[in-house]
Design a protein around this ligand. Structure first.
Ligand code: SAM
Ligand code: DTB
Ligand code: SF4
Length: 333
């Protein structure tokens, strides 16, 4: 089957509801058509600016609207970022993602510092991703000029459910930033979270929007909510492993050529559960040396544990810049 940009919601729902073993078989087959199933890309997150965010995302430890254990910190020094990236590179990590708890990028000295970090970490031979909130076209172009490989901007859930989770921006704002990134050669990373109290139709709705973007986002992170005390979504029921694998497998089938990243919440999964996710088409993980994703509220398995798991499963770490899309086609809109 080829790549489609016209998936309908009822088709995606039917895939999601396929009997479990049939679903992972189909997803594994699609995975083998477009990817080397032995390879997993290992990424390292760096929170370059933690906490104090003006947005009210109902799941987030870094929003200033909620009282959580995360306290605002200053922008990291470039030297600190480089030394974390260096250590990550030595362990086989091929992509570094720098996150800032900002509503949007501003044209100020902090942005200049981030551009400098992008330039230096890129020159170490690593794929660099940034997630800095909303961007205009000019800011996207400046990141491109600094060498940025990818920009992460998640849709998180369906258009219909979005306002139940976040009120300080709209789904349209999100799509607009993704469009601005698409006017450059920077690749797009966009996915979402399971466990926000959404219905299956909202998971399908998110995949509907992502799979109808042309080109598809080259990277699709699937996060499992890491409940943060003090946030409105602290007491949501846990997502089952069956739902996690269904979501990954459905994403793999409708967005076949992209990387599907098993992201936040992986620390809760056993090796067997993670193996099911890889079988269902996940081909990337985040790993860490400090046991956290961006903040202490969300644990992350460490490099040693992940090396052991990959060895056990006979999987290898993908080197940087292996995907043929490398630089996505810039859209002239
Ligand atoms: N401020 C930027 C933004 O929102 O675009 C970037 C950082 S934000 C932490 C990146 C993504 O992390 C969010 O879109 C969300 O999908 C995910 N995330 C944040 N908190 C989470 C949590 N508690 N559990 C799971 N995923 C989470
Ligand atoms: C994404 O979708 N997941 C990563 C990355 N993009 C930036 C972040 C997960 C953050 C988990 C929340 C925390 O660490 O506080
Ligand atoms: Fe801010 Fe991003 Fe957290 Fe939302 S998810 S509160 S935008 S850091």
């Amino acid at each position: 089957m080829g790549i489609r940009y016209d998936w309908q919601q009822d088709e995606i729902l039917a895939i999601y509801n396929t009997p479990f073993l049939e679903l992972i078989y189909q997803a594994a087959s699609v995975h083998r058509q477009f990817h080397d199933p032995k390879q997993i890309q290992v990424c390292k997150l760096i929170s370059i600016k933690t906490g104090g965010c003006p947005e009210d995302c109902g799941y987030c430890a870094q929003s200033s609207h909620y009282k959580t254990e995360v306290k605002p910190e200053a922008l990291l020094e470039k030297e600190t970022v480089i030394s974390i990236a260096q250590k990550a590179k030595e362990t086989g990590v091929s992509r570094v993602c720098m996150g800032a708890a900002w509503r949007e990028v501003r044209d100020n000295s902090q942005f200049e510092e981030v551009l400098d970090m992008v330039k230096d970490v890129t020159s170490m031979g690593l794929e660099v991703c940034c997630t800095l909130g909303m961007l205009n076209t000019n800011q996207a172009k400046r990141l491109e000029d600094a060498g940025l490989y990818a920009y992460n901007h998640n849709l998180d859930t369906s258009q219909e459910y979005y306002s139940a989770v976040i009120t300080t921006r709209t789904y349209g704002d999100r799509l607009n930033t993704i469009e601005n990134v698409r006017k450059t050669h920077v690749t797009v990373c966009s996915g979402g979270i399971l466990g926000l109290g959404e219905r299956v139709e909202d998971r399908v709705g998110m995949l509907y929007t992502l799979s109808n973007l042309q080109p598809h986002p080259e990277s699709v992170p699937i996060n499992i909510l890491s409940p943060v005390p003090g946030t409105p979504l602290a007491d949501q029921p846990e997502v089952t492993i069956w739902d996690v694998v269904r979501m990954i497998a459905t994403a793999r089938i409708v967005i076949p050529t992209s990387d599907i990243r098993l992201s936040a919440g992986r620390a809760k999964l056993s090796q067997v559960e993670q193996a099911l996710c890889f079988m269902g088409g996940a081909n990337s993980i985040f790993s860490s040396d400090d046991n956290k994703m961006l903040t202490v509220t969300t644990p992350c398995p460490d490099y040693d544990a992940d090396r052991e798991m990959l060895n056990l499963l006979g999987l290898e770490m993908r080197p940087p810049f292996q995907k043929q899309e490398k630089k996505s086609p810039a859209l002239t809109v």
